[in-house]
Design a protein around this ligand. Sequence first.
Ligand code: KG4
Length: 342
Amino acid sequence: MADIILGIESSCDDTSAAVIRDRVLLSNVIASQDVHKAYGGVVPELASRAHELNIVPVVSEALKRAGVGVSSLSAIAFTRGPGLLGSLLVGTSFAKALGLSLGVPTVMVNHLQGHLLAGFVREDGRQIREPSFPYLCLLVSGGNSQIVRVDSPLEYRILGQTIDDAVGEAFDKCSKMMGLGYPGGPVIDRLAKSGDPSRFKFSKPSIPGLDYSFSGVKTSLLYFVRDRMAGDPSFMDNNREDICASFQKTLIDILLSKLVKAADLTGIRDIAIGGGVSANSGLRARMLEEGRKRGWNVFLPEFKFTTDNAAMIAVAGYFRYLAGERAALDVAPLSRIVGNFY
Ligand code: KG4
């Protein structure tokens, strides 16, 4: 008999619910929160309040679109962390309460695991192309920059990660610094398309091993803009596209240099990307280019599965449900997940 999983995601500023039958997506509803735009970043208190308002209509809509009644659910998968505690509390408490009232088991999912497995969401009528295990995933979002070796749906090893800022944070903070708004990634991506990526140079870190650092390049852009603006107040207005293209290229160079190293060290040729920054058109193009050059099988998630969504949580939860995992009723959300737990 097919397993029907309701996934619930509320780790940051998107309230999302999705329903899958086995791994086939039946619905994926996302309520984004525009309220944060005015503040240039997510305001945790406002995010929790918006989740509280959104969670019931979003879950109801997901079940309705899927054509599934609550009595048919096999399990409810929810994001336990990492993320904003107040936001996670809403999804976690809702999932546990719904599961308890229906007598349906709940399964907890690490949000990052959802991003790693986003490529396993199946859609009716679409060609299936999934990475084979083991594969490497470059996980890049507003909170993380990691290279993860994925050995099975339940086994992961972080090979390298940022020692300071995440790459999405670098996009967001630098966008704010240049007065381009929030979230910065999509704006810089758009402007970069009409700019010259080789016009300006920004410093790149020299960190040993497979770890990343993005704080230096951020500071490099800050000083660059400050110094150029001191001599020419209209410098930014006249060079915005080239600055964005050059800055974006620097970030992509940093990401790819370690990913290439990880692929060479492990001999793994199936390479995926995930997380919000995997929507970046420059990064996607570069992944395909490197793939052609190096004989990689590259897996790019569909745009709708790059940012936070419950479809990926439902799929990650599905694998854990099949493995017999169940969440206890006293499970609390975790804002941080330390170590290698996925
Ligand atoms: O995975 P995500 O939705 O949220 C978490 O951080 O968990 O990622 C959000 C991040 C933000 O930093 C945003 O600027 C970045 O993803 N992002 C992008 C693009 N779209 C979203 N960064 C670069 N290019 C994009 N097109």
